[in-house]
Design a protein. Sequence first.
Lengths: 177, 177
Amino acid sequence: MVRSDARENRERILVVAREVFAEPGEASLNQIAQRAGVGAGTLYRHFPTREDLVLAVYQDEVERLVGAAPELLAANAPIDGLRLWTTDLVAAMRQKHGLGEALGQSAHQAAADRSYGPVMAVITAFFEAGKADGSIRVDAHPADFLMLTGALWRAIGHADADSGRMLELILDGLRTR
Amino acid sequence: MVRSDARENRERILVVAREVFAEPGEASLNQIAQRAGVGAGTLYRHFPTREDLVLAVYQDEVERLVGAAPELLAANAPIDGLRLWTTDLVAAMRQKHGLGEALGQSAHQAAADRSYGPVMAVITAFFEAGKADGSIRVDAHPADFLMLTGALWRAIGHADADSGRMLELILDGLRTR
DNA sequence: ACCTGAACACCGTTCAAGT
DNA sequence: ACCTGAACACCGTTCAAGT
């Protein structure tokens, strides 16, 4: 039985952690605990290690994005919905850049692996809608789109590349002509 | 004018740091200073930040490998020399895995960029020797070899891939037939 | 059953005092 | 001109005492 205060504390820590990780500079776990209004031991109880906390925030973010997809799909033309969703994804990954730096390469990989399925499911849903209404080429592959998108957010910090324009380029490749 | 004790201290710190980074687990800068027999302030004077130290060790390693190449080239058939050199490179990169985890993704990229030129020069030298004596295909590209080798050491920690066998496969692709 | 927050060992960093 | 090492503020982590 999980006590309600425990659940609330966990949620509050997660919210603060997401804010803090999005900010520039590092923050200590003690600071996060303080900002969340909980004792240091409470944070440690919920997230034994910094990595656990980072992973939980990451996971939360992916779930939020995946959960928002059906609404975008219902309210927009497939390609437009996909653009909106991918823009959100890239924005989230920009934050995760801050997260990813804190994560070891292996933990990072594990996190990416875990989110692969749900993310692919979302992309596939947009693709199928687009293929059904004739706006997306029938021979377009969701996996290719994900790979290109991955290259896109990997390029974010590096170059002065305009991610919006790059995304447009990728989306153009999907269109029927 | 650099005093000789300063140079010796720097060298000693670098040697200890290389050892320490190769060991499992983390080590504090204070511990490294102590093991190197210098005061904490001395380490800090030479390497203002942890990243500076990691980068210096990395740089040192690449220089050592590049410096050892001519000898290998002189004493072996081109393909054999290349195998020996690449094996050393992969072994060094395996250690660098420990280094790389400590480095931010951007600093890591910068370090890789800086070593690209010298490493390519070495590979090119082996290739030219091999093309001259007819053991390596004239249409083989050093850049391709480096890319495949990169994929090789990226796979090290991940899978149970036998890097020796993978290297042999790559080398076979270079041979004239 | 869970939380608080003082306490602990240790971290990176600084700087007065030495040579 | 450079080094030492005590000192400082702060870190992650623990745990007795509370509710």
